[in-house]
Write a protein that binds this ligand. Structure first.
Ligand SMILES: [Zn+2]
Length: 281
């Protein structure tokens, strides 16, 4: 399906975002003029994966950054209740939806789902709906002197089966379950999630020290402007069911990032009133 945010793309349809274009685009998307102020949803850094390969160790959280409040997007300001006051604009159960919630309670459905269209960005496959924003994000980072690496994008059911089995073999089941999703439960299978890596400290790939890298700091400040949500914050582990992963971002689109920020909600589970947590259904 086409990106629900196609209208946000540059008028000429270009996907080669120069710095000026990126700045203009961020200002457009966030209603913020300054580049640095375009901050984000989110916020803190955390460990891998609800799709997970890697990580071990503790996450170091950072500022529960304040988020831009002045947005025209929301018509009403619902109370901070779990259930939304209006039906979501997109399905939270359709694996192809930008707002799908995949966690230990809610597997990818159908379990053998494959995104209908995949695109390759920086050598990794992602759902084609993610590619324009991901490409723009990488270009914007480069323009700011930050060279992000992409460590993981789309992962098939079978690939995730191997990832999880290796994690269990390496760490033991109890530890592996903290960060590695069982097959059929990984956001990576939707093609909507990516793991970023550091080029300044590649040893921190999929490790908690990624949170301390310039790349992670840039993402914390700017990923939300491109529709990416830091999915596994350290303080949300009980809700998401995963240990912190400062490298795992989930594309949900700028509109939802803004809505979540306006309500001060940091997880998809809380925003949509969907169950989560560390226990598998
Ligand atoms: Zn991941």
């Amino acid at each position: 399906m086409p990106s629900p945010f196609a209208a946000d793309r540059l008028p000429d349809g270009s996907r080669r975002y120069g710095h000026r274009a990126v700045v203009a685009r961020r200002a457009l998307l966030l209603g913020v003029v300054g580049v640095g102020a375009a901050a984000t949803a989110g916020v803190v850094l955390g460990g891998d994966d609800g799709g997970g390969d890697g990580g071990a160790g503790r996450a170091v959280a950072a500022d529960p950054a304040t988020l831009p409040q002045a947005q025209p997007a929301a018509t009403t300001a619902p109370p901070a209740a779990p259930a939304p006051s209006a039906p979501p604009a997109f399905s939270t159960t359709d694996a192809g939806s930008p707002w799908v919630v995949v966690n230990k309670q809610h597997p990818v459905d159908p379990v053998e789902y494959v995104p209908p269209a995949l695109a390759t960005v920086a050598g990794k496959q992602v759902s084609s709906v993610v590619a324009p924003e991901l490409t723009a994000l990488l270009a914007a980072a480069r323009a700011d002197g930050v060279r992000l690496a992409l460590t993981s994008g789309y992962r098939s059911l079978d690939y995730q089966r191997g990832v999880h089995a290796r994690a269990v073999a390496r760490e033991g089941a109890a530890e592996a379950e903290r960060y590695s999703a069982r097959p059929g439960h990984s956001e990576h299978q939707t093609g909507l999630a990516v793991d970023f890596g550091s080029t300044t400290d590649s040893g921190c790939t999929l490790r908690d020290c990624f949170a301390e890298t310039p790349e992670a700091r840039w993402l914390t400040a700017h990923a939300g402007a491109f529709g990416f949500l830091l999915r596994y914050r350290p303080e949300d582990s009980a809700v998401t069911g995963y240990a912190a992963e400062s490298w795992h971002y989930r594309w949900v689109g700028v509109d939802l990032v803004q809505r979540m920020a306006e309500r001060g909600v940091t997880t998809l589970e809380a925003f949509f009133g969907v169950s989560g947590g560390p226990q598998y259904a």
